[in-house]
Design a protein around this ligand. Sequence first.
Ligand SMILES: Cc1cc2nc3c(=O)[nH]c(=O)nc-3n(C[C@H](O)[C@H](O)[C@H](O)COP(=O)(O)O)c2cc1C
Length: 187
Amino acid sequence: MNATLDLLRTRRSVPPLRLDGPGPSAAELDTLLTLAARVPDHGKLAPWRFLVIEGEARTRIGATIAAAYGADHPEADAARLDLEAGRLAHAPVVVAVVSRAGPHTKIPEWEQVLSAGAVCMNLVVAANAAGYATSWLTEWFAYDRRVLDALGLSPAEKLAGFIHLGRPQEVPGDRPRPDLADIVTRI
Ligand SMILES: Cc1cc2nc3c(=O)[nH]c(=O)nc-3n(C[C@H](O)[C@H](O)[C@H](O)COP(=O)(O)O)c2cc1C
């Protein structure tokens, strides 16, 4: 098998807690984002954009996440609030893929959202091919307006995912994968 097929056959998500530095350099990250953006895109709308969250921004946004959680869960103890504050602080860099899908005369919004999903997966594949490991997560705060405001998303924008990216401390064994017999229909 070739390297790409091998990567697709063996790639595993690595939880953010198991992702270490050093992260990619600015030039390397630009390359990964350039490759991530090379996706099918009906109407060439580029209905997505990237937020690079690294350095102190990880804890700054983390403080907003913890504050939102605390406001909704007054019973939350310090340990839980610390956990929430650290949600984006484990991997050296987190790339948020923002979907800016919207009404369009020709291109259904659904297809724009699919393209944003493709961007997430292209970034996952490119980063893994470059020797990093990733986790594509949303978690509760991807749907929380207070956090989305802190990230600078407009009211019409949605989060397609947070791609946590770093060096794997360890790669977990594989998980059960769907059986082709259950997911393939030949017609
Ligand atoms: C849009 C999207 C959001 C996800 N959000 C979460 C999440 O919040 N928490 C989580 O544990 N896994 C989440 N996952 C699943 C992980 O990305 C991953 O698929 C899972 O951990 C299995 O690992 P694998 O990629 O090695 O198959 C999400 C996946 C997708 C596509």
